[in-house]
Write a protein that binds this ligand. Structure first.
Ligand SMILES: *Cc1c(COP(=O)(O)O)cnc(C)c1O
Length: 293
């Protein structure tokens, strides 16, 4: 067995947050604090890694290969997981002009023992070719950590408290949203907030991971991308700052800030029925939080 539960802080707490807006609209809002899963590497990336790591171990792999950009939460999580659970890790990083000093994420991953190959953007697009060179020796985890093994780890988090009426999550690749929907016991709604522009295609991604049509209890909200992946404006940053000082915990401007902003907006718009219990999944990502935000 992998000592997963002893090194990662799960189950994570569920806290209720209070706001006049929620009283006015008669909703209850809870935050599932997956940002607390680990001191350095918070959030859904560990949920997604759990069964991948177990599978790697069961198959006898000692090395893990994965992919990402220079600021990727997933790269940070794989590096930390390798360190904690005794795997050598190799990151194929997008951008052959980069080196191990190019970002705080890569510096952190280096400290955790990760090695890198820096590949051109063109080569990066052909991940299958790149992977074939390594796949005998390495257990390969896709970009963002999303695969069928990831779904199971995410589905588990719903078992840690009573089911809400809605669960809201930020959506990057769709793996986390699919994971929540893959829990067949949960019959509430899953509302995904895409963090990139033109996010409609993510419906197909979620379906792909689930191996079925986009479920009836799922909805994808594509309005709150703030110009695209990792883009932000003053309105978003000011929302985050106000929220943080009021509630005493942090969020990032790439994923969780956009989702929380979107939920507040939709509460204002009267989207949620009276009496609804809404759970916001804090997917972490604080290693990518803008410093001095
Ligand atoms: C990766 C990530 C997401 C998106 O998860 P997907 O499974 O790729 O949709 C959301 N929030 C944070 C903080 C992340 O790092």
């Amino acid at each position: 067995m992998l000592e997963f539960e002893s090194l990662i802080n799960i189950p994570t707490p569920l806290i209720e947050i209070l706001d006049d807006l929620f009283v006015e609209n008669d909703v209850k809002v809870f935050v599932k604090r997956d940002d607390l899963t680990h001191e350095h590497v918070s959030g859904n990336k560990f949920r997604k890694l759990k069964y991948n790591l177990l599978e790697a171990k069961n198959m006898g792999f000692k090395k893990i290969l994965t992919f990402g950009g220079a600021f990727s939460n997933h790269i940070a999580a794989v590096a930390e997981a390798g360190f904690l659970f005794g795997f050598d890790t190799l990151g194929l990083i997008r951008g052959d002009e980069l080196n191990a000093e190019s970002s705080p994420t890569l510096k952190f991953a280096t400290q955790k023992g990760m090695k890198f190959e820096f590949v051109s953007r063109e080569a990066y697009r052909n991940k299958a070719d790149l992977t074939s060179v390594f796949s005998n020796e390495y257990f390969v985890i896709p970009e963002g950590g999303s695969n069928y093994l990831a779904l199971k780890g995410v589905a588990e988090l719903l078992e840690e408290q009573l089911y809400p009426d809605y669960i809201c999550t930020a959506v990057g690749t769709g793996g986390t949203m699919a994971g929540l929907l893959s829990n067949v016991k949960y019959e509430g709604e899953v509302l995904g907030f895409t963090v990139l522009k033109n996010g409609d295609f993510l419906k197909d991604e979620v379906s792909f991971f689930l191996e079925k049509d986009f479920p009836e209890n799922a909805e994808l909200e594509t309005r709150f991308h703030f110009g695209g992946y990792a883009k932000y404006n003053d309105e978003l940053l000011s929302f985050i700052k106000t929220f943080e000082s009021k509630h005493g915990f942090l969020m990032d401007q790439v994923y969780t800030g956009k989702m929380f902003f979107g939920v507040y907006q939709m509460i204002k718009e009267g989207y949620f029925k009276k009496g609804t219990r809404i759970m916001l999944l804090h997917t972490g990502g604080l290693q990518g939080r803008l410093s001095g935000l």
